[in-house]
Design a protein. Structure first.
Length: 124
């Protein structure tokens, strides 16, 4: 007996909630179920995922493969960018915030031996 679309959608939503969302949220993103029709699943990517080039790889190699594995009725998975409040540019960049990263020595006036060291063992 073939499963109904309601059964398929329920399983898709459970996979997204339990498996996909926690992983995507760990990178500042969100993912939402949008629709399922005749084997085609549409998702919405938001947060840090919205507009991110890496989200395509995550969608194709992670989300799509997992959903197709557990829900064989899904034949295609696509996503559209949702709303994002993540600012990908540094418009409010203030160099004073990074003053603690300034070198403590004037490297132009001293010869510096560029040997990598391990603080426990000395030279590497």
């Amino acid at each position: 007996m073939a499963r109904t679309d309601d059964d398929i959608i329920t399983q898709i939503k459970e996979l997204i909630e339990e498996q996909v969302k926690p992983a995507v949220a760990g990178h500042g993103g969100t993912i939402e179920f949008t629709s399922y029709t005749d084997g085609h699943l549409l998702l919405e990517l938001g947060g840090a995922c919205s507009g991110c080039a890496g989200s395509t790889a995550t969608l194709r190699q992670g989300v799509e493969q997992m959903i197709k594995h557990f829900v064989p009725e899904v034949t295609t998975v696509d996503a559209e960018d949702g709303v994002s409040d993540v600012q990908p540019y540094y418009n409010d960049f203030d160099m004073n915030d990074y003053s603690r990263f300034e070198p403590s020595h004037d490297y132009h006036d001293h010869d510096v031996d560029m040997i990598a060291t391990d603080k426990n063992d000395g030279a590497v």
